[in-house]
Design a protein around this ligand. Structure first.
Ligand code: CAP
Ligand code: MG
Length: 407
């Protein structure tokens, strides 16, 4: 079969087909041939006719349809894939195709995974509703922080910063993506000391507080660390999903350790940033939701990272849109955030959101406690429909923050 044989512009996909939406810029071949090449190389074909091809294999052929400009869709018969095996699915639809010489650029912009495949995965154990139940927060956005400096603090200072952030009003405190069990801050000791501080703090405020400890490591070791979290009363684990890989994230989810899984996407921009080549964050968000993380970074549109509001909105709908009854994943806004940006964030995300600020809390002139207070005050003002400037008149922590960081 030649590449062009995989093109059927009028094809009507079956409900059991997996559908991918691609953007392509061909190099020296027609767009149809390029699209056909993507379908061939990601299903049963290769660059030349095969003497080994069997008639019965043809039913697994992927089909190009709906060609519009440089965009096209491919329908993949479900039999091409192994159920409950995400690396297998991605090795087809997001595998070799990005490296083809005949394609200047290729981007996977969207996927629609059929019900049978979606149901072969566990999906989120808690999702937004489960997280709200654990934290006893019914409506408002969650406020969180990242311990800063991101590396270098010893466990005492780490736990103390967490304590101050909780006292100031943070619901969530997390490790940074690159903190694991380095010699200056060992995992187990860090976990026990920080959970101890949490206990202390909860007694003082009566509010539920969460510590999202980073368990990212080699998979067997990561599971061992996650079990230690559970055994010591922790309710959350954080994992760097891209650097760990979809396989180990699935292993962690399928272990059903009764931990809320916070997914950090460190490294995603190497794949998602180029609008003409790679894979959209929306696709990765759907994949991670199906595997079963409970909350995932979705960008901010207003902070230090490059995503546009359109991209962030796509990420939000990938995490919260209807998907065969799968639980909704809590979007996390993080990266260069400070109290001045809270109104815009709620405009973009609504209330189902975790607002994470590191520098925007620990960089507050009066320190971490006041930094956390300022974030909560910005949230209260926004939920009450009061401008930050008005609210800051009687709320010093917020006033300091607005003076320090312009919106
Ligand atoms: C934010 C952060 C987060 C990024 C991740 C950082 O710190 O801890 O890892 O937000 O990016 O290391 O930069 P600040 P994204 O609050 O101090 O900026 O959410 O886009 O995946
Ligand atoms: Mg970070």
């Amino acid at each position: 079969m030649r590449y062009i044989d995989f093109v059927e512009p009028e094809y009507k996909p079956a409900t059991s087909d997996l559908i991918c939406s691609f953007y392509v810029e061909p190099e020296g071949i027609s767009l149809e041939e390029a699209a056909g090449g993507v379908a061939a190389e990601s299903s049963i074909g290769t660059w030349t006719e095969l003497g080994t091809m069997k008639e019965y294999v043809n039913r697994l052929q992927a089909k190009v349809f709906n060609i519009k400009g440089n965009n096209f869709k491919i329908a993949y018969p479900i039999e091409l894939f192994e159920e409950s095996n995400m690396p297998n699915i991605l090795s087809s639809i997001a595998g070799n195709i990005f490296g083809l010489k005949a394609l200047q650029n290729l981007r996977l912009n969207n996927i629609e995974i059929p019900e049978k495949l979606v149901r072969s995965f566990k999906g989120p154990a808690y999702g937004i509703d489960g997280i709200r139940r654990i934290l006893r927060i019914t409506k408002r956005p969650l406020v969180g922080t990242i311990i800063k400096p991101k590396l270098g603090l010893n466990v005492e200072d780490h736990a103390e910063v967490a304590y101050q952030a909780w006292i100031g009003g943070c619901d969530l405190v997390k490790d940074d993506e690159n903190l694991a069990s380095q010699n200056f801050n060992k995992f187990e000791e860090r976990l026990l000391r920080t959970l101890k501080k949490r206990e202390l703090e909860e007694k003082e405020t009566g509010e539920r507080k969460m510590y999202m400890v980073n368990v990212t490591a080699e998979t067997v070791e990561m599971l061992r660390r996650a079990k230690i979290v559970r055994e010591n009363g922790g309710e959350y684990a954080m994992v760097d999903v891209l650097t760990c890989g979809f396989s180990s994230v699935q292993t962690l989810r399928d272990a059903d350790l009764q931990l809320v899984l916070h997914a950090h996407r460190a490294g995603h921009a190497a794949i998602t940033k180029n609008q003409k080549h790679g894979i959209s964050m929306g696709v990765l968000a759907k994949v991670l939701r199906i595997i079963g993380v409970d909350q995932l970074h979705a960008g901010t549109a207003v902070g230090k990272m490059g995503e546009t509001e359109k991209e962030v909105t796509e990420n939000i709908s990938a995490l919260m849109g209807e998907m065969y009854g799968l639980k909704k994943v809590l979007p996390v806004a993080s990266g260069g955030l400070h109290p001045g940006l809270v109104p815009r964030l709620i405009q973009i995300f609504g209330n189902d959101l975790a607002i994470q600020a590191g520098g925007g809390i620990h960089g507050h002139k009066q320190g971490t406690v006041e930094g956390a207070k300022a974030m909560r005050q910005a949230l209260d003002a926004t939920l009450e429909g009061v401008t930050l400037e008005e609210y800051a008149v009687n709320h010093e922590a917020l006033r300091f923050a607005l003076e320090t960081w312009s919106q």
